[in-house]
Design a protein around this ligand. Structure first.
Ligand SMILES: Nc1ncnc2c1ncn2[C@@H]1O[C@H](COP(=O)(O)OP(=O)(O)OP(=O)(O)O)[C@@H](O)[C@H]1O
Ligand SMILES: [Mg+2]
Length: 400
């Protein structure tokens, strides 16, 4: 149990990571103690939510005088405010992370304070992963206890694995055990996250049943168990385009409260989401600020919405929908790429020519069918629209 012993365990754990795939990685715990200066965050490409928004989380915690469930960093009310944004009594502005119905966030946060786990469901790009990360950051101060679900996720990724070097040297014992993020969350009373739950094979998914109903994880090899302490809960995400939530066994489904995240309800909301995220991403990539580009963002969002909905915004013209999802997330990357083009090869101002190529790539997934849909939309809708001439020309150029 010496300090040395621990170190060796961790090093060896890394060496044998291949034998404990998926979630069994020992990541450094996020600097959960509200370090507001981000520490080594400067060099990191994408800091975790709790690091990026450490200042907001600290201000919320200081202003929050409502009751907090055990081991929660904030009260449910403050967690909802962290997600939806607002202004604190001392004037601190909390930026909105999620743009959408308030009730959805309230239900999601409340679920985490109960004994049921939370399942975030929705079509691609509806911010399931994003909301799950921010919820974990606000509730537990740590969004890193994460298992990425795939068709190959083994039970060890959800329960625990073994450090085989240690196991052979010392025999079975706690030292040789490599806990999964879920096990660590149980022991610490924190929030665990499982991404893409419905991609995980059904028998592996069912490992979660005991965890979620009995709140315990038996370790038969040691004749022990890890009991979840208060504060533990789990957020899973699932993509309903993927394979459908029906793939969850009914026993497991009953342990979850399902919250469906919708596509943005209005064009304004979607423009706001795209502008906000592009601004944040742009800052982290040292790209120029966006204000002049707002027109282009509005056009990209309009095109995405019209093609997705199969009808123009004024409701007058029916259009065909292409095969891709055309999610908000894709609109964000079309605009971000455009901004990078403008920064590196233009004058830094986002113009139609900068977004046209990305737009074509997002819309035309199937080279034959989607191209026809896109050309028809260009000629019947974009061409005729007032003030869209430059945009039409740019799109024509890349489509030809
Ligand atoms: N309603 C929204 N509010 C705030 N951001 C949003 C919203 N919808 C989408 N986004 C943005 O879209 C991006 C993609 O979201 P995310 O990756 O969480 O989607 P997802 O639902 O997990 O998709 P997938 O099913 O492909 O995993 C994020 O950067 C997020 O900020
Ligand atoms: Mg996701």
């Amino acid at each position: 149990m010496s300090a040395d012993g621990w170190k060796t365990t961790e090093e060896a754990a890394e060496e044998t990571a291949a034998q404990t795939p998926g979630g069994a990685r020992r990541e450094p715990r996020a600097q959960a103690s509200k370090g507001t200066d981000g520490g080594a965050g400067g060099a990191v490409l994408r800091p975790h939510a709790e690091e990026t928004f450490a200042d907001e989380l600290a201000a919320l915690a200081a202003a929050d005088d409502r009751p907090r469930p055990e081991r929660w960093r904030l009260s449910p009310w403050a967690v909802a405010m962290y997600l939806l944004g607002g202004t604190l009594p001392d004037g601190t502005v909390v930026t909105p992370k999620y743009v959408g119905p308030r009730r959805i966030v309230e239900v999601a946060v409340t679920t985490l304070a109960t004994d049921r786990a939370l399942l975030l469901l929705g079509v691609p790009g509806t911010a399931k992963t994003w909301v799950s990360e921010h919820l974990a950051a606000a509730v537990s101060g740590d969004s890193t206890l994460l298992v990425q679900g795939t068709a190959g996720t083994p039970e060890e990724a959800i329960r625990y694995g073994w450090n085989y070097a240690r196991l052979l040297a010392d025999g079975p014992g706690r030292e040789a055990l490599v806990p999964s993020p879920v096990m660590r969350a149980m022991a610490d009373g924190a929030t665990a996250r499982i991404e893409e739950l419905t991609r995980i094979p059904a028998d592996v998914q069912d490992t979660l049943i005991t965890i979620l109903s009995e709140k315990t994880l038996p370790i038969p090899e040691l004749g022990e168990e890890v009991q979840a302490v208060r504060g533990f809960n789990l957020i899973a995400t699932a993509n309903d385009r993927d394979r459908g939530v029906n793939d969850l066994s009914s026993a497991l489904r009953r342990r979850f409260n399902t919250v469906v995240l919708p596509l943005p309800g209005t064009p304004e909301a979607e423009v706001e989401i795209v502008s906000r995220r592009v601004g944040q991403l742009g800052r982290s990539l040292d790209l120029p600020p966006v204000p002049e580009g707002l027109d282009e963002i509005r056009r990209v969002v309009t095109v995405f919405r019209e093609l997705r909905d199969g009808v123009t915004e004024d409701g007058r013209t029916k259009v065909k929908s292409p095969s891709g999802t055309l999610s908000t997330a894709e609109a964000i990357s079309v605009v971000t790429n455009g901004l990078a083009l403008a920064a590196h090869f233009g004058d830094g101002v986002l113009r139609p020519g900068d977004v046209a190529a990305g737009l074509l790539g997002a819309v035309v997934r199937d080279p034959a069918a989607d191209r026809v849909v896109w050309q028809e939309y260009l000629e019947t809708v974009v061409r005729e629209r007032d003030g869209w001439k430059d945009f039409y020309r740019a799109c024509r150029e890349v489509t030809a």
